[in-house]
Write a protein that binds this ligand. Structure first.
Ligand code: TXA
Ligand code: MG
Length: 353
């Protein structure tokens, strides 16, 4: 049975107290509220109520085996959801909270196993977005929130994306416009030694290592070598409806190969989308393709902010296939590379000179 989903526009810098109050009442009452964070829109429920948390999984069609991130108003609340806070977790929290960093720590007894999908570890973060901050303060409970998309779809960076996936399935969307980062938080497991980045995200590895040089990166989705070693580990995620086809290698050779692939698909009568940096689009001049722009190579922040919206837009323009070049492995480009890899389920054409 669909439910009526309300949409309330809220100021992204100084959220109206009445709107926040409404959202907080819904959260406290066990309902579902989509709200902006600095990374992506989240689908929030009271993290202390197992029944409310089960509602998140139902609304998203998310498998109950995929654990949720618990959002807190401030770092001082960590003890209320964690059994203990490793020294590293406290150091990273001091350096980066509020912000796009999630810490995996031992689960505290207050957090139901529904949140952690049965694990004894819980993922926690303090978001910096003023709307998320206000909602957490007003609800006065920790809020469990995955990205507010249907399972396996690109994460939502606008309220419209949330509605496209979840209208009729949730109680409220707080619409504060596009989010600033557009890529999910970086997840660090602080219970392992050395600590490991489980998912690169909006906080770069370089920034993390300035505070904790010992942090390692779990190489799951970032190289062809991994794909060859473990096919099938690429569970579909962040995916557009069109087939996403990635190319990796030296830029000029990759662009030649992409142009050939575009021409061949067009000849077969398929509609082709190109997701590319502004400078790369010249390689597709005069071809009847749909173009989605990621901006300048010097501005990964802008590309990150655009990425998921661009994938959704290409879908809306009805393309059958999307071609994209994998970016480099530094800064936010590493995160973008990870998301593209997973969206393509690891399908990459390696191009050499
Ligand atoms: O930026 C973000 O992190 C956004 C906003 C809404 O905060 N949230 C988000 O949540 O991306 P979600 O559920 O889409 O992704 C959370 C990831 C999942 O891949 C999950 O497997 C992992 O975090 N995760 C959650 N709890 C975990 C745990 N206890 N141990 C290991 N991984 C965990
Ligand atoms: Mg997600």
């Amino acid at each position: 049975m669909p439910i009526a989903t309300r949409v309330v526009h809220v100021d992204p810098v100084q959220p109206e107290p009445a709107h926040i109050h409404l959202a907080a009442e819904i959260v406290r009452g066990g309902g579902l509220v989509a709200f902006p964070t600095e990374t992506v829109y989240g689908l929030g429920a009271n993290a202390l109520q197992a029944q409310a948390v089960r509602g998140i999984f139902a609304a998203k069609d998310r498998p109950a085996t995929d654990p949720l991130i618990v959002h807190l108003h401030e770092a001082a609340q960590l003890e209320s959801v964690a059994a203990s806070a490793p020294e590293l977790a406290r150091r990273l929290a001091t350096a980066f909270w509020p912000g796009p960093l999630t810490l995996v720590v031992p689960r505290g007894a207050a957090i139901p196993l529904e949140v952690t999908a049965g694990r004894e570890m819980v993922a926690v973060r303090v978001p910096s977005h003023p709307v998320a901050q206000a909602l957490l303060a007003a609800s006065a409970v920790p809020i469990a929130a995955p990205s507010a998309n249907r399972f396996a779809r690109p994460s939502p960076t606008t309220a419209q994306h949330v509605l496209d996936d979840l209208n009729g399935r949730i109680d409220l969307v707080l619409d504060a416009g596009p989010v600033p980062i557009g890529l999910e938080s970086t997840i660090v497991d602080t219970t392992q030694s050395p600590p490991v980045v489980l998912r690169p995200g909006g906080l770069t590895l370089e920034a993390l290592r300035r505070v904790a040089p010992e942090i390692t990166l779990q190489e799951r989705y970032l190289s062809e070598a991994m794909q060859a070693a473990a096919p099938g580990m690429f569970s579909k995620h962040y995916a557009p409806r069109a087939a996403l086809h990635l190319f990796d290698g030296p830029r000029a050779a990759v662009l030649r190969s992409m142009r050939a692939a575009a021409e061949s698909s067009l000849k077969d009568g398929r509609r082709v989308g190109i997701l590319a940096l502004e400078a790369d689009l010249t390689a597709f001049e005069a071809l009847p393709v749909e173009r989605a722009r990621l901006g300048l190579e010097s501005d990964p922040e802008a590309a990150g902010q655009r990425l998921f919206a661009a994938l959704r837009e290409l879908d809306q323009r009805g393309v059958d296939v999307i071609l994209a070049r994998l970016p480099e492995r530094h800064g936010l480009w590493l995160t973008i590379r990870d998301r593209l890899y997973r969206a393509a389920e690891g399908k990459v054409t390696a191009v050499s000179e």
